[in-house]
Design a protein around this ligand. Structure first.
Ligand SMILES: [Zn+2]
Length: 445
């Protein structure tokens, strides 16, 4: 067992290197954070000059100097020139995807030519990138042909072998024959699919059982597939599973106490997703009034993933180019209507669909541009997804009893949303993961 002195030295040294090991936190480890400004998403107003006491992996106390004493022997981290927030939650990532740039071979090359070990190695980097940007939890929305890779990645992070966020896994994803890439190959050529293919309620239920058995925390279902602009200029999408097939999955998954996320763009597939009882709608590019009313009534979560639809547009005069432009036009209207109706919106980008070198926080800029207040945008990445994931009080808040998932940004995001892209400090579960120009007080023992 390491001595406390050595451990503290190791933490400081590894912080100097930029990224620390996210090893499991010793229960006795004691840290106090001085927060210049503290945003608690449960309240509309930020607080100033707050102390956060962290013991082991969790927050023990929060308050000002008058109410909270710095315990003897605590390592003090001075964040008094920054804004401190709970670690953020990204509700739609693909850790095993590396963008779909056609010039780099698009989606297909990743399934056809990347070795599983290469995909896992790069997913490790994606996980670190997520954490570096202040996202301490992700709901990873299927591995895109990398099987149960997310379950192994999650375990390696939890055991402290590699740095990364808490991962809510969905494993393989589910769609139907004719409902997912790879496609466009000659009929006799066997190619892998990016999801598990099912036809009929029996196969659908069996796939859900398998995925849950091998470690899926949620199940991801594709309720629409390809989209295009029809003769009248309307965006349409191909429905995939029947209501009967989806109901078999939802019934099974709910029985395990888990939830179902549905990729659904518009029209028939979107309505089947809602009739079948999906817990979250992913993308929802074209939410008609009936869909919004049903989501409101059923309490369905909405993860719009605005960012990904602004990447890789085809030329304007092609059918794909027309589709790309129709998607963002409809999406903006749907997002505004959803906000107006008070739907439960959660932050997600679909990163992995675009390269991991792009900033995740750009989603906040789109949300802001479409009229969401900075505080609501922060809530969409903290308390709201915490509730969706059944982890309210444990993540997405800075409060006694919660995991010490704490970040600091330069500037005040309530005045300038871009501040959420300037993350200078990340703590996950009581361990400092990232620290840029943070002053550490000398150990007082
Ligand atoms: Zn996705």
């Amino acid at each position: 067992m390491k001595s406390p002195h050595l451990l503290l030295l190791m933490i400081v040294l590894s912080c100097a290197a930029g990224i620390a090991q996210t090893s499991t936190t010793p229960p006795s480890q004691l840290t106090v954070i001085r927060a210049g400004t503290l945003i608690d998403p449960r309240s509309d107003t930020p607080k100033h000059n707050q102390l956060i006491v962290v013991r082991g992996a969790k927050i023990e106390a929060v308050g000002d100097e008058a109410t909270v004493k710095v315990p003897a022997g605590a390592n003090v981290i001075d964040l008094s020139n920054t804004t401190v927030l709970p670690g953020m939650i990204e509700s739609h990532t693909h850790l095993f995807l590396q963008g779909e740039d056609p010039a780099k071979g698009g989606y297909d090359i990743q399934l056809l030519k990347f070795y599983p070990s290469y995909r896992a190695a790069r997913a490790t980097v994606s996980a670190r990138r997520t954490l570096e940007q202040g996202f301490t939890t992700v709901r990873d929305m299927e591995s895109e042909g990398a099987g149960y890779g997310d379950v192994g990645l999650k375990r390696a992070i939890e055991e402290g072998y590699i740095p990364g966020p808490r991962i809510v896994t969905t494993t393989r994803g589910i769609s139907i024959t004719g409902g997912y890439p790879l496609e466009g190959y000659a009929p006799g050529v066997a190619v892998p699919k990016g999801v598990q293919i099912v036809d009929g309620p029996v196969e659908a239920r069996k796939a859900a059982r398998e995925q849950l058995d091998y470690g899926a925390d949620w199940i991801k279902v594709y309720m629409t597939h390809r989209s295009w602009v029809d003769q009248d200029g309307n965006l349409v999408s191909q429905p995939t599973l029947t209501v009967e097939e989806l109901k078999a999955i939802v019934d099974e998954v709910h029985g395990w106490g888990r939830k179902v996320a549905c990729h659904a763009y518009s029209g028939e597939g979107l309505h089947r997703a809602l009739d079948g009882g999906c817990d979250s709608i992913e993308h929802g590019l074209l939410l008609d009034d009936a869909a919004i009313a049903q989501m409101k009534k059923q309490g369905t979560w909405y993860c719009p993933t605005l960012t990904v639809y602004y990447t890789d547009w085809s030329p304007e005069d092609t059918p794909e180019g027309k589709r790309d432009r129709a998607r963002v036009a409809d999406h903006e209207v749907s997002f505004k209507k959803a906000m107006q109706a008070g739907l439960k919106i959660v932050f997600g980008t679909d990163v992995g669909g675009f390269p991991w070198t792009e900033p995740i926080a750009q989603e906040f800029n789109y949300m802001r541009k479409f009229g969401m207040s900075p505080m609501e945008a922060i809530r969409s990445a903290t308390i709201r997804p915490a509730e969706m994931l059944g982890m309210q009080g444990k993540i997405g808040v800075i409060a006694p009893g919660a995991y010490a998932d704490i970040i600091a940004v330069d500037g005040n995001p309530l005045n300038d949303i871009n501040a959420l892209g300037r993350v200078s400090f990340v703590m996950k579960g009581g361990n400092v993961a990232i620290s840029k120009s943070v002053a550490f007080a000398a150990p007082s023992h």
